[in-house]
Design a protein. Structure first.
Length: 580
């Protein structure tokens, strides 16, 4: 387990401003929460050295940033004291977690003050995501909280009432506002965003803004002033384009000519996700498997677990082939304890060294007591997944129990795995994976759940259906519908829904468009359509007919029947924006 350089103390209350208190905004003023200014002197070392100083306050996964820096040939020096910031020759600040706890840590440790001095002296700096937002005067996340106050403006939440799904997750286009050097290679390519809060351009901060992005509002995608850069998106998760942004920051005097990309990015792209269902086979080896309607055993006498390849190799292949995301589902996690399943954590660690798009991992995220009586909370399980390289975790069975309880009592206890993980890591880091099975009925009044009129009638001519949620990998049906579950988990803090369908899984006959329509119209968080892809047309169909934000497939990629690039080319031809 990697020890974080700092131990964050999450008690944001001291930073919380009462909403009614007017916020006195002074141009370029510092946050009053920062300690009194010490006169720091900066001893910059040679900018040609190969060391990058990293400000990691231990609140989340910065493994991907570390991996990207190492991939580009640099060593990392972790900030331990404010002086380490002041002595950095180049500093990267990948802010993670929520605004208030981050400010709390920066303020109490003296890091915030050092950061301001460093930036004011125009030293090479790159802030990422929250590392951009913290430079502003304040944020509305966690109440109204003062930021470092270097850039005028308040960071606010996206407005989902405009029909845009929040969090803003996925690959979006930038509008370059001024020469920003590090964005020189971006051309018309997409970069990866994942956030619910954003800063807006204004007359007061226009000198800082180097690019914007449209998502309901025009928000600030990057800032640049002299040697100071910050980006709202994640270069470490933006594939080759992202790596070249980091490279230009790390080698500022690079004379590399601008790359003229053939990208045509103009808006949020529909994502194509490769999914790897992983489990140990009967010899104990971790393999990528694939079921037919969730049955992953071969139809042979030996009845062995279907083996479609090695997880790390396949994930790397899909990254190279252009997958916008890779998901690992530890499909026996409901009965095996994932922290005992160290190979799965190793898979994540190795994969994240070479795969620079988002990684989601699911399976077994719940409270667990081991044979020695040691209790592990779901938060600890998730933390280990994040530390090992996951960007998002996906909860299946435990989210079903949480939703049932919430619907029954109407009370959010704050204690479910879903609520706890999304509170600490943000809802953009929490996916709920739904495993529903279609149940045909003759009359919608026969059940208490949301029903649909099906586009093809059932085996006995039934015209309606509801979708029953299951747990434990489809083994047990529960008294809750997919519609009810989706709405409940959105309220409990899910940031995205992975919508499987047991009936369609592995059948290659297309996504269940009825189900995807039902769920993607019911919630305002992104929905990933899953199960049933057989040909590229199935992807264009689900995007044309539903509000899905992404489509996921497994079997056709594992069996090399359809390359990811063919899916993307087909979508482009059909006028559906994708990342290329
Ligand atoms: O309940 O929190 O431990 O999570 C278990 C996770 O494992 C859930 O996300 C659940 O969906 C998954 N899972 C459990 N058993 C199976 C199984 O197949 N026996 N896999 C399973 C689910 C479904 C998809 C699949 C698509 C696309 N796999 O993710 O990849 O259906 O397949 P296709 O393109 O070949 O049709 P918990």
């Amino acid at each position: 387990m990697e020890a974080p350089p700092f131990t964050p103390s999450y008690s944001p209350s001291s930073l919380l401003l009462r909403r009614k208190t007017p916020l006195t905004v002074t141009k370029f003023s510092r946050s009053p929460n920062l300690k009194t200014r010490t006169n720091f002197s900066i001893r910059a070392s040679s900018s040609t050295d190969s060391v990058v100083t990293l400000l990691d306050y231990g609140a989340g996964n910065v493994r991907s940033v570390r991996n990207a820096i190492k991939f580009l040939g640099f060593e990392i020096k972790d900030v331990q004291t404010p002086e380490d910031i002041l002595n950095a020759s180049r500093l990267i600040f990948p802010g993670v977690g929520a605004f208030a706890p981050a400010m709390e840590v920066l303020s109490k440790s003296g890091m915030g003050e050092a950061l301001c001095s460093y930036i004011e002296k125009d030293r090479p700096f790159l802030g990422i995501c929250l590392g951009l937002q913290l430079l502003f005067e304040s944020s509305e996340e966690n109440g109204l909280i003062k930021g470092l106050g270097l850039i005028p403006g308040t960071v606010g939440r996206f407005d989902s009432s405009k029909g845009f799904r929040v969090p803003h997750i996925g690959w979006n286009a930038l509008k370059i506002a001024k020469d920003s050097e590090i964005l020189d290679d971006i051309g018309n390519h997409h970069v990866y965003f994942v956030h619910s809060y954003r800063a807006m351009p204004s007359d007061d901060n226009k000198e800082w803004v180097s690019s914007t992005c449209d998502y309901g509002d025009k928000f600030i995608a990057s800032i640049r002033r002299g040697n100071v850069h910050a980006v709202q998106f994640h270069p470490e998760k933006s594939g080759d384009v992202g790596l070249s942004i980091l490279r230009r920051f790390l080698y500022p005097k690079s004379t590399a000519a601008k790359k003229t990309g053939e990208g045509k990015a103009s808006k949020l792209a529909k994502r194509v996700i490769a999914c790897l269902d992983v489990r140990a086979n009967d010899n104990g080896d971790l393999v990528v498997t694939k079921g037919d309607q969730y049955d992953v055993r071969e139809n042979t006498e030996e009845n062995e677990v279907r083996n479609l390849g090695k997880p790390v190799e396949l994930a790397e292949q899909y990254y190279k082939d252009g997958a916008d995301e890779v998901s690992f589902l530890n499909i026996t996690g409901f009965r095996d304890f994932p922290l005992g399943d160290l190979p799965m954590l190793q898979v994540l660690r190795y994969t994240s060294e070479n795969v620079f798009v988002p990684l989601t991992v699911g399976g077994g995220i719940r409270d667990f007591t081991d044979s020695q009586g040691r209790h592990y909370s779901s938060l600890e399980v998730a933390a280990e997944y994040f530390r090992s390289g996951a960007d998002k975790i996906s909860i299946g069975s435990d989210a079903v129990y949480a939703a049932e309880e919430y619907i029954r009592t109407g009370v959010k206890t704050g204690k479910t795995s879903l609520e706890q993980i999304s509170r600490v890591y943000g809802n953009q880091a929490v996916v709920v994976s739904i495993d529903p099975r279609r149940v045909y009925i003759n009359d919608p009044n026969d059940v208490q759940f949301q029903t649909i009129k099906v586009s093809s009638s059932g085996p006995n001519g039934e015209e309606y259906a509801w979708y029953q949620c299951t747990v434990n990998g489809g083994r047990e049906g529960r008294p809750i519908g997919a519609y009810e579950l989706a709405k409940a988990v959105e309220e409990l803090g899910a940031g995205e829904i992975l919508l499987n369908c047991i009936d369609c899984d592995g059948q290659g006959k297309g996504f269940d468009v009825d189900l995807v329509t039902l769920i993607s119209d019911a919630v305002s968080i992104p929905v990933i359509a899953s199960s049933g892809a057989g040909v590229p047309d199935h992807f264009s169909e689900v995007f044309a007919k539903t509000n899905a934000s992404a489509a996921l497939a497994a079997g056709i990629f594992h069996r090399k029947e359809v390359p990811i690039q063919s899916v993307k080319e087909h979508l482009l031809k059909e006028g559906i924006e994708v990342r290329i």
